[in-house]
Design a protein around this ligand. Structure first.
Ligand code: MSP
Length: 503
């Protein structure tokens, strides 16, 4: 029996509107979730918004709103993104919710009771854009290593004994190297820990927008300890006996961008070890999108709005492009021309066309019914044989290779159709007609299997195609790879799956 899985996206800062980077992590989670649900696995998929900290408070002030009112508004935009990207989280957490306050406070108290927190004072550099403290040694030309401006802060604050966890963390990663993927990110983490861990400032006393420190209301929690706790608040922590916590927390897989590695691979596991909680099973770290080779930023005015993309190209084209264009884990460059090329050449010309040719032939020449009988070709067994290797690729979050494999079958299907040339066979002998029937039987079943395997990535189109094959059964399941198509019922009139866009 495959174990359950708890899949999370980072929670999104509500200082600004959703952009392509946010949309990428969310869709990645959705693809994995949909795939595993189709295998019958129990998946809990979480996303949400990170609403405290200086960055959000400053954005609210610029908009002449209270932080809460501003967070309410922007959080709603992210909820909207969940919908227009056709993603299916089981829960959407906000760090301003009571359940989260309760969990973050309980985590703090647990750490305090275990002697992991002490009061001190911080004087050093802080980058609001990264919501991160940086030692002098990390600055590059007076800026954070990320390029973010830093400011000098001096204030009383609480510290977490991070230094104490240096060796246990190194031991943990030596014993469980599979925790962080790709392995280059594991190495980066190990190098960082080996460089020495200082105790971490975990409260701010000059910031008021945050979760108050239990018993010390003049301090609010540092936004990262607050934010990371969302992963357990959403499962019912501090009630460790809660069913959701028991079922899913031991199987946590966090998806995150490379910019927030340190928080997830060093601070978070240290907090969890210190609190006596199990560590996440896996951190999967993805790369960054640039736009026309430049980093996306508001000041450059080159930020991509995912909603506009969806409106122009359709949700499935956007979802497909993001995971076809750049291997998960590497960086990639967004350009509308590249998206249009993928849409036109792969989705419309290769996949859409295969479906259209097969289905319109059946519609015109086969009384609108899938023919019975099959001579048996390897294409007919393609789906059944692929479930295991494709599942292995998803297990490694290798959506890119997964798509490559499915696309190979699409091209193979097109070649097979051209070779079969049913438009010639239908004029021929009884033997020719038997060959044609078998060939179309094979092709319709191949289309069903392709639709099932593409359903996690392009759910809307996959469902349309399954409908056109009279094979739409919800919830979708890979059990359907075994099920033969109905050869009795008349098929609906086929409609093109994609519309090409002019470059
Ligand atoms: N609030 C923190 C996460 C807290 S999780 C406990 C945060 N939020 S964020 O809104 O800035 O970023 C959310 C996710 O979007 C991160 O995984 C980040 O890597 C990702 N991206 C933001 N810009 C991106 C690109 N340009 N490209 C790809 N993903 C990037 O960090």
């Amino acid at each position: 029996m495959t174990p359950p899985i708890y899949l999370t996206t980072p929670i999104f800062y509500v200082n600004d509107m959703p952009h392509l980077g946010h949309c990428y992590t969310l869709v990645a989670g959705d693809i994995l979730t949909r795939f595993w649900r189709m295998t019958g696995r129990d998946v809990w998929f979480l996303t949400g918004t990170d609403e405290h900290g200086t960055k959000v408070a400053q954005a609210a002030a610029i908009h002449h709103q209270t932080p809460q009112a501003y967070a309410d508004e922007v959080s709603q935009r992210f909820r909207h993104m969940v919908t227009y990207l056709n993603t299916t989280p089981n829960d959407f957490i906000r760090t301003t919710e009571a359940r989260h306050y309760q969990a973050a406070s309980a985590l703090w108290e647990e750490l305090e009771q275990k002697g992991q927190i002490y009061l001190g004072s911080y004087s050093g550099w802080y980058a609001v854009r990264d919501e991160a403290f940086y030692p002098e040694s990390e600055l590059v030309d007076g800026k954070a290593p990320t390029g973010a401006p830093v400011e000098w802060i001096e204030e009383p604050c609480y510290f977490f004994r991070l230094s104490h966890w240096e060796k246990p963390l190194l031991r943990y990663y030596a014993d469980h190297p599979e925790t962080i993927a790709p392995s280059s990110r594991l190495n980066e983490t190990i190098r960082f820990i080996e460089g020495g861990l200082n105790d971490l400032a975990i409260s701010r006393s000059k910031v008021s927008w945050g979760v108050p420190v239990p018993g010390s209301p003049h301090h609010v929690m540092y936004v990262w300890i607050d934010a990371l706790a969302n992963y357990i608040s959403a499962l019912g922590y501090p009630n460790r006996a809660a069913k959701s916590f028991q079922t899913f927390w031991p199987h946590a897989c966090h998806l995150l961008g490379k910019d927030i590695l340190r928080f997830h691979s060093v601070y978070w596991p240290a907090f969890l070890m210190a609190a006596g909680l199990p560590l996440p099973k896996r951190l999967y770290v993805h790369g960054w999108w640039t736009h026309d080779k430049a980093k996306m930023s508001k000041s450059l005015g080159n930020v991509i709005d995912p909603q506009a993309l969806v409106t122009t190209y359709g949700v499935d084209a956007v979802r497909y492009f993001l995971f076809r264009e750049m291997p998960f884990g590497q960086d990639g460059d967004f350009s509308a021309a590249a998206l249009i090329r993928r849409l036109n050449e792969e989705l419309a010309d290769a996949f859409g066309n295969l479906a259209q040719r097969v289905l319109s032939f059946i519609h015109k020449y086969m009384d609108r019914k899938i023919p019975a009988d099959v001579e048996g070709t390897s294409l007919f067994y393609w789906g059944r044989q692929q479930l295991q290797p494709l599942s292995a690729l998803m297990e490694e979050q290798n959506i890119y290779r997964y798509l490559e494999e499915v696309l190979k079958a699409v091209y193979e299907g097109n070649r097979y159709m051209a070779q079969l040339a049913p438009w010639e066979l239908c004029q021929g002998s009884a033997e020719d007609k038997a060959k044609m029937n078998s060939g179309l039987f094979v092709l319709t079943h191949l289309l069903k299997d392709i639709a099932l395997f593409l359903a996690p990535i392009i759910p809307q189109t996959a469902e349309t195609l399954l409908q056109q094959l009279n094979a739409l059964k919800t919830p979708l399941s890979f059990d359907q790879l075994q099920a033969p198509l109905d050869t009795q019922q008349v098929l609906p009139v086929p409609t093109p799956l994609f519309r090409k866009v002019l470059l």
